[in-house]
Design a protein around this ligand. Structure first.
Ligand code: NAP
Length: 305
């Protein structure tokens, strides 16, 4: 019987592991499909406190994991497939293994949202991408489209402009929702252009690789084709809560509902990071909620005697 299992190893999960470790709870962290979380898909992180010159995302995650291990956290590979209540404790299924635990911190984060076009799945990894840091390198000297109008779209476009000959941000409205500084950065970049009020109707290719986007001018209704070497989706994220449906209370978008102390509807089950936060979604806020959840677990276990 474990004291606490932490589901997910992003900023929230790792911060929870550091604190739970220091509380002597011997936490077990289930790494999940994306060890280190979304931060590992970024390059420079400039806004995490304590790093005046910035730090690379993967380096930050690796440092935090080492820090958690130093305080006794252990890590399991794989993803959790089920969570169930058994009397006064919980059973967590990781692959084929069942683990019993007194408390759970859910920090499974969120994943890239897709447009929902059938061709998207056909060409994923072959012209359709969700992570510039991972796949941008393959587009040296090529023409790329970035879909979206938020900070992620701007960040991806800026990063891709280092490799690509041209980057076009395609946005469904006529204004970006990104922060001012990010907007200024992309607008000042001579390699980055914009297609405003434009939707993506389809993705075309030769069956092996995407080569064209079917785009629609959402004001005039005109449909046309745009030649691309690759496209990167940056249209937000969906929470990784599929395995919790019917067990933990979720909101209409699938995010975990918690009270202000991160308690879910189940006693001893807490949620931290992007899986319960659609508003801030920052590395620092995710880390903060991980800390809160670990302290709540300590309190809960004390109350349980
Ligand atoms: P976001 O702010 O939710 O922006 C998503 C963008 O995609 C919006 O422009 C949205 O259009 C568009 N979109 C959504 N669904 C779409 C669809 N089906 N078809 C076409 N377009 C669609 O998401 P994000 O950019 O990933 O940012 C998420 C959070 O992380 C934000 O809080 C952001 O500040 C933060 N973040 C921060 C940094 C940084 O500080 N360096 C970097 C990345 C992200 P509308 O504008 O019309 O809604």
């Amino acid at each position: 019987m474990k004291n606490v299992i932490i589901l997910g190893s992003g900023m929230a999960g790792l911060s929870a592991a550091i604190y739970a470790g220091r509380e002597g709870l011997d936490p077990v962290v289930v790494s999940g499909f994306e060890p280190g979380g979304q931060i590992t898909l970024t390059t420079e992180v400039e806004n995490y406190p304590g790093f005046p010159e910035g730090i690379l995302g993967p380096e930050l995650a690796a440092n935090m994991r080492k820090q958690a291990e130093r305080f006794g956290a252990t890590f399991m590979d794989g993803a959790i497939t089920a969570l169930s209540k058994e009397g006064d404790h919980y059973s967590v299924m990781v692959g084929v293994e069942h683990i019993q635990t007194k408390a759970v911190i859910i920090a499974t984060g969120a994943s890239a949202r897709m447009l929902g076009l059938p061709a998207e799945q056909k060409y994923i990894g072959r012209g359709v991408h969700t992570c510039a840091t991972c796949d941008g390198f393959f587009y040296k000297g090529k023409e790329i489209a970035v879909i979206g109008g938020g900070d992620s779209a701007c960040e991806e476009a800026t990063f891709l402009s280092k490799f690509a000959s041209k980057v076009t941000i395609i946005h469904r409205r006529d204004a970006l929702r990104a922060s001012k500084i990010m907007q200024e950065k992309v607008k000042a970049n001579p390699k980055i252009g914009f297609l405003w009020n434009t939707g993506i109707e389809d993705i075309k290719g030769d069956g092996k690789k995407a080569s064209h986007l079917v785009i629609k001018d959402l004001v005039s209704g005109k449909v046309s084709e745009l030649k691309i070497d690759g496209m990167f989706l940056a249209i937000g994220h969906v929470p990784n809560t599929g395995f919790l449906k019917g067990i933990v209370d979720l909101d209409e978008k699938g995010y975990i509902k918690t009270d202000r102390h991160l308690h879910t509807n189940l006693p001893g089950v807490f949620a931290a990071g992007d899986v319960q936060d659609f508003r801030y979604r920052q590395a620092a806020t995710a880390a903060g909620t991980g800390v809160m959840a670990a302290l709540e677990v300590r309190r809960y276990l004390e109350e349980q005697g």
